[in-house]
Structure formats: structure tokens, C-alpha cells
Design a protein around this ligand. Sequence first.
Ligand code: NAP
Length: 490
Amino acid sequence: MSDTRETELLASVPDGLFIGGEWRPASDGGTLDVHDPSTGAVIRQIADATVDDGRAAMDAAADAFPAWAATPARERAELLRRAFDLLQQRKEDFALLMTLEMGKPLAEARGEVGYGGEFLRWFSEETAHLTGRYGPNPEGTGRMIVTQHPVGPCYLITPWNFPLAMATRKIAPAVAAGCTVVVKPAALTPLTTLFFAKLLQDAGLPAGVVNVVTTHASGPVSEAIIGDSRLRKLSFTGSTPVGQALLKQAAQGVLRTSMELGGNAPFVVFDDADLDQAVAGALAAKFRNIGQACTAANRFIVHSSVADEFARRVTERVQAFATGRGTEEGVTIGPLIDDRAVAKASELVNEAVERGATLRTGGSAIDRPGTFFEATVLSDVQPGSDILREEIFGPVLAIVPFDTEDEAVRIANDTEYGLVSYVYTKDLARGQRMIERLETGMMGLNVGIVSNAAAPFGGWKLSGLGREGGAEGIHEYLQTKYTLTANPFG
Ligand code: NAP
């Protein structure tokens, strides 16, 4: 990867706020530094929005709403389709940009462009297929009409771990439904969203339909936007504590909300599982995105008769991982996002080992520039260890043995989260029992990755509210109107 290409790409990313179809500096001229987590270097300075800028973005979204809501669905669909096509053309640039600001290996960044792009295509198809209902009421005295309407201006808050896909998963259904939006990416990875706003502009996005504010002051800026009586919907992806705080703010305006929050995914391996398949699934479910995914397997619950062999095989594979800057050929483990993430991984590993877990490999921060942590495997993790309760968000694979199916179910459900679960077994009836017994919004049966634009992504319990993607995704941005008319025949 040439430095010139990185420099040119970074220079081509807009550095302003995108409000009402224009790029502008922050109202107080403030700027925000964006870092490369693999070196710690500042790679770009961008506008740091103030509360006033947040309000201006809200004004733009509210002003643009009536016209956009009235735009024919086919027109909205075609805009999204053009955006999808442009994204394919710019795939390499988006992938490199995500690697630079977030650290994920380039191959995974390319995968995210593919996944993120699918939301544009999926919702461009969905919007033209929305229908209403018309029919007699049961008494025959009238006609019932049911229609769907865009909810109104929306505020979309996205996290740093999937800078493109988390944005398109919200922007595409909102825009498809006829809503206008203000998007606020995480301050750690704002460049991808700015670059994507430019792509939308190039695709012919009308002014004010999508507005982007980047800020280090996410609390105050968000509070002003959420408190605006014109806002009708809040969609958030991030941690459960921040989601809970935002739900309280959203209560004031009785906002529609979608909450994609934290996870603590169990990965259950039964004694009859195909172990090679389970190991491959485990590595994907754990180490994708350097373990920094809400869907990352957090607890490997493995039958005691195969636990040792499973640990041996994953350890062998993990020891062959190449760690380094995501742009380097062959690298599978990039840096964690920041120092706090490294400190958290260290603490969780140390606490588990103090309680009796066996450290099979890794376990420490790596002494080099950037925020790297060794890919780690722990076996015999003891009940009560913090690592079983908390979302690790790092490259640490923790194994807990079990003996009976009931015990596996009890351990798997012993969490306040319920985003995704993975189960490996060749026994069909057992697989079906697990589908029915696990408290989870999503499940992978003999697969380690479940994300798909056509699927309803979302969690149970403290993992969230609502669904993104699938047939459900667009309804998060629509509201229903029922009209009764008199029987036209008297
Ligand atoms: P986070 O700290 O909750 O931040 C998420 C977003 O909220 C960022 O844009 C952040 O901006 C913003 N934010 C933080 N405090 C805020 C406040 N007081 N008011 C308004 N906005 C605020 O989470 P994260 O560390 O970025 O992301 C990791 C978490 O996201 C994990 O728990 C993961 O499981 C979850 N996640 C869930 C899904 C899902 O689909 N369920 C997908 C991906 C990630 P700043 O950082 O700039 O302050």
C-alpha cells in the first residue's frame, strides 16, 4: 500500500459538516483529530460540530422532509440504487479508508463494503414494493383503508466498529421510507460517513435529505437534536448504557426508537458437532473485526468431552494469525480501537486467569506503536468471571465446559443480553430445541456469521429494540394510518 495513495485518499474526504446539501466548517471553527489506531498518528482534521450546528442540521432535515416524503418511491429507489452502483466503483477507497481510521484488516474492510452496500440495494428494492390495504369492515357498513407514511425527520447515531455498514443500515431504510435524517458517526471513525455523504451527493441526493454532524460533544449535540419537537425517530447503535440514557431523552418527545445495543453471544459446541466446522465458525465469530463486533462470540460453551481438543485446535490456528497494520498483506488481526479497549481486554484476561482459567496463548498488550492486543485463548474459564458477563470487544476466546444440554442452555441464557447465539450440532432435533430454548434475537446453527441485509437484525433483552434489515427494516421508519370511509354503496 503506497503512502501516496493513502495521503491522496485522506485528502479527498470532505472535512466539513454536511448540512442542507452544503459542506461547512463548525460554527466556532473547532476541529476534531482523527487517528490511525495502528500508529496513533493523526490522519485528518475535520469539523467539530457545536450544539448550534446540530440544530442547523435538524433544521435542514425538517425543511427537506415534506418534499422528500412526497417523492415517488421509484425515485427514492433509484437514488439508492445509484448510490449502490457508485459504492461498487469506489469499493477500494472505502475499504482503505475504514482500515485507516478503524484498523480492521483490508480484506475485512472490503467485506464490510459488500455488506454495507447491500442495504442500499435491498432497501432500494423494498421501497417500491410497499403497499397499503383496502377492504370492507366486518359489519359491511364502511371501508377500511390502511396506509404507511414516513415517520418524519430521524436522528441516526452510529458506532465506530463498522463505520460504513452501521450507517447504510440506517440511512438506506430511512431514505427509502421517505424520511430525512441527521447522522452522527462516532468521533473515532467519522471519515467513512463523510465520504459516504459525498457519494450520496454524487448520486443526486437532494439537499437536506441526509445531513452529517461530526463532533466530540456527542452528548450535548444529541440532546439538542433529540429535544427538538420536529424529530420523530431516534435510531441508535452502540453500547447498552448509552442506549438506555438516550431512551430516557427520547421519552420526552415519545419518539419512535430503534436500539441496536450490546451483546454477549454464546457459542455452544455439542459433542456431536463437526469439530473442524465448529473451529472455523468459532474463529469467524470471534476474531472478525478483531473481536470488536456486537455479534462477536463472547462465551464458548463447549461439551467437556471435546473442550480440550477444541481448545487445542483453536489455539493452533490463533497462533498462526498475523498481527499488524490492516493495510499489510496477510494481516488478520489489526489494532484495537484505542487504549481503553486494550486496558479492558487485559483486565478481563487477568481476572479470568486469577480465578483459575488456563491461558493457552496470548493474553497481553503488544509493545509497539498503536493499540494492539495479542489474539488470546483461555480455557476452563470459571463461573463468575467478569469475562463471561461483560462484552469483551477484543480478540479473546474464552472457553467454558459443560456436560448436559440443560446446562448448556442455562449458561447460554445466563446473561442480560440476547443479540445472537451460535450452536454447533449434527443432531437436527437438538438444533431445533436450541432454536426454541435460547433467548436470542438471532441464531447461527452450524454457522459463525449471520449478518445479511435481507435478515431482521436485532436483539432481545438488553440487546435492543427493533430490527434493521429484512422486510422489517423499512417499517422502523414508517407509521400506519387507518381511515374508515362510509360504504360507497350506501
Ligand atoms: P458507544 O460508546 O455507546 O457509542 C455509540 C455512539 O453513541 C457513538 O456515535 C458515540 O459517539 C455516541 N454517544 C456516546 N455517548 C453519547 C451520548 N451521551 N449521547 C449521544 N450519543 C452518544 O458505543 P461504541 O463503543 O461506539 O460501540 C460499541 C458498542 O456498540 C458495543 O456495545 C457493541 O455491542 C455495540 N454495537 C451494537 C450493534 C448492534 O447492532 N446491536 C452493532 C455495533 C455495535 P462518540 O463516541 O463520538 O461519543
